[in-house]
Design a protein around this ligand. Structure first.
Ligand code: RUQ
Ligand code: CUA
Length: 657
């Protein structure tokens, strides 16, 4: 779903304000009677689940405990984040490189936990950047971003990074049709295209590589899910704007009764690529990853393999789907493909087995752009009647029920996958986008809880000026009836979330980086080794931090116009003792340095004077004393380079080079 209220379809907004006008005035509905007890996690106790929420336009992932809703951590992914120095330190900057250069922001939408045999394995979290299409991989033993790959020939990487059943691939689909390949052409008369991408994930290391892309008609591909069980070779992509409108899409992309879900057979696509049927396209894209030295680097790649649909028969089919579908979700058995037709009056549920039969029987209604269109009545399993207005996303409880978020009428409906009848509905506050059942998109839903991810909060919290918090709501789904347990505000816009039992992660958290294993090229493993090295105007400061001092903490002989690199190694080997490093007038943020880790801050002094630096993380009783001075002299000054601390400084009484 698009993000803030102001970008919502005006027609929806009208309908919405009618709904909210009603809800807003009445007292917000209360929670279940035993709600407090159900969500209370006593001081010192742990939550039952880790939940990973996308931060939307914050570009981050935020980590909450469930059922308490307590915010545990924010993990920077696509955006510079001063709290951790991410995207500011020399070791992390390369994570934000793209073919467009350094892009310090993105719009993160859909977190996906890595899965083995159809259930969360607690290894990695993947998440897409929507604006400058990228997929990131986070390591869940460190809660850190380790890799980001840009998706070329794409604009709006929204239908992403949905994983296949054993994390073999992450997919991406271009939300905005654009010229494929990019070129100058008339917006009005130009023929635009779309692109579906398959990114291979190395089963051991998690390393990502772009396997191939499929050039598809110029619709707006919105969301995706890959199949499971019998459908595990397939990935499904919704599209809207099959009208191929270029302007005023709110009306012009809503002409037809049905758009399409693209069903892509990955196995056939892989065969076609192996047979040499893909062509090499030359759109540059960046691949960034953290090496064994803890330093992020970038490889700029130049070619990718693109399949034309006509060169690979049997690879892709269209399932007609009402109307402007948004979400597409596959139930735990892999048989049902549920679409959220945001302008549809029903929730269409396709049958995978019927689809396979229809393909065998060639039950087509012609084709578009070389893609056979399956007959709607040959693939549909059922339509959920009167679901509410604006169905978007569906998750499953593993007990035969599906739960669909309904945006305009602000509610969740629960329906049976046996007869597609609605069995329960409950309001959300307000305007739910995604919903999440822990494991509810896998073969083994954890069930028990459901989280609504709301776009608008209106009157739910103390007001905070024009910008109100986005919000999540926790529901109990263990019984027949859904029950509201808790509201909690979120950091950024929570598009989607994933959760898994805490037991899968809590005991494998890295406590410190081993100092002896630190392979950073600028590491300083002992206070004896601290030094300052000048090469021309570049000055490398090999610095250490340990409670409660830096060494060196006095440096003279720096000049205006120098580029100074503070390579700070945290010598601590205790859990939970990071140090910070901040420099007056530096054009970047602080560093936050984990025990055993090295982080580098670049500084270009612009004025002569004495410049203090200090530790930003309250690390000990003498944290305030953890400070130092740099003397900056005018360019060409004769002040000798000197510092305190380190063997060299002691031996030569003042160091120097
Ligand atoms: S999409 S609801 Cu990325 Cu639905 Cu936001
Ligand atoms: Cu180190 Cu505060």
């Amino acid at each position: 779903m698009r993000s803030r209220p102001r970008t919502i379809h005006p027609v929806l907004l009208l309908a919405l304000s009618a709904v909210l006008g009603g809800c807003g005035k009445s007292t917000p509905l209360g929670a279940a009677g035993d709600a407090a007890a159900r969500v209370y996690v006593a001081p010192g106790q742990y939550d039952e689940l880790y939940a990973f929420f996308s931060g939307g336009f914050s570009g981050n992932v935020s980590v909450y405990g469930l059922p308490s809703g307590r915010l545990l951590q924010q993990i920077p992914v696509f955006s510079q984040f001063p709290e951790k120095g991410y995207g500011y330190s020399e070791q992390t900057k390369a994570m934000l490189n793209t073919s467009y250069g350094f892009i310090p922001w993105d719009d993160s939408h859909h977190p996906q936990l890595s899965i083995t045999d159809g259930k969360a394995d607690g290894r990695w979290l993947f998440i897409n950047g929507n604006n400058t299409p990228r997929i990131a991989r986070l390591d869940l033993s460190r809660f850190d971003t380790d890799e980001i790959i840009e998706i070329p020939n794409s604009a709006g990487g929204h239908g992403s990074p949905y994983l296949t059943a054993n994390t073999e691939y992450a997919v991406s689909a271009t939300r905005f049709a654009v010229p494929e390949p990019q070129q100058d052409m008339s917006i009005k008369d130009g023929k635009f295209g779309g692109m579906i991408s398959f990114v291979k994930v190395d089963p051991k290391s998690g390393a990502m590589s772009l396997a191939f892309q499929i050039h598809v008609p110029g619709y707006d591909y919105d969301l995706s899910r890959s199949g499971k069980g019998p459908s595990k070779d397939w990935s499904f992509f919704t599209s809207y704007n099959s009208e191929e409108a270029k302007t005023l899409l709110e009306a012009n992309a809503s002409q037809k009764d049905k758009d399409y879900i693209a069903a892509v057979n990955r196995t056939i696509a892989v065969q076609c690529v192996a047979q040499g049927k893909a062509k090499d396209w030359k759109t540059p894209y960046a691949h960034n990853w953290v090496g064994g030295d803890g330093v992020a680097r970038t490889e700029m790649l130049k070619t990718e393999k693109v399949l034309e649909v006509t060169d690979c028969p049997g690879m892709i089919y269209f399932l007609p789907t009402p109307k402007s579908p948004h979400g597409v979700d596959v139930d735990p058995t892999g048989e049902y493909i549920v679409a959220g037709g945001k302008l549809a009056t029903v929730i269409p549920v396709h049958s995978f087995s019927k689809m396979v039969k229809a393909i065998e029987a060639k039950a087509f209604d012609g084709e578009v752009g070389g893609i056979p269109v399956l007959k709607y009545d040959q693939v549909i399993a059922g339509e959920v009647q009167n679901p509410g207005l604006g169905p978007l996303h569906t998750e499953f409880d593993g007990k035969g029920y599906a739960y669909t978020s309904i945006f305009i009428s602000s509610e969740i409906v629960k329906f049976s996958l046996k007869d597609f009848k609605v069995v329960d509905r409950i309001p959300t506050y307000y305007s739910i986008g995604h919903l999440m059942i822990p494991g509810g998109d896998t073969e083994q839903p954890y069930g028990k809880y459901m989280v609504a991810l709301d776009k608008i909060t209106k009157d739910r919290y103390l007001p905070t000026g024009p910008e109100l918090a986005q919000s999540a709501q926790l529901y109990d789904i263990s019984g027949d009836k859904m029950k509201l347990l808790l509201d909690f505000p979120t950091a950024g816009e929570p598009h989607y979330a994933q959760a898994l039992p805490a037991s899968l992660l809590k005991d494998k958290q890295l406590k410190t980086y081993q100092l002896s294993q630190n392979k950073d090229p600028f590491v300083t493993k002992s206070e004896n080794d601290v030094k300052v090295v000048r090469r021309g105007t570049k000055v490398d400061v090999y610095m250490t931090a340990i409670r409660s001092h830096f060494l060196p903490d006095n440096i003279e002989g720096i000049q205006v116009g120098d580029s100074v690199y503070f390579h700070v190694t945290n010598l601590e080997q205790d859990w939970d003792v990071p140090h910070g490093f901040a420099m007056l007038g530096a054009h970047n943020s602080e560093l936050l340095i984990m025990p055993g880790q090295t982080r580098t801050l670049a500084w270009q002094p612009e004025r002569a004077g004495i410049f203090p630096f200090y530790c930003t993380d309250f690390c000990s009783a003498l944290h305030q004393e953890m400070q130092g001075y740099i003397r900056v002299s005018p360019k060409g000054s004769s002040v000798k380079l000197s510092w305190n601390g380190g063997a060299q400084a002691t031996a030569s009484a003042g160091g120097g080079k």
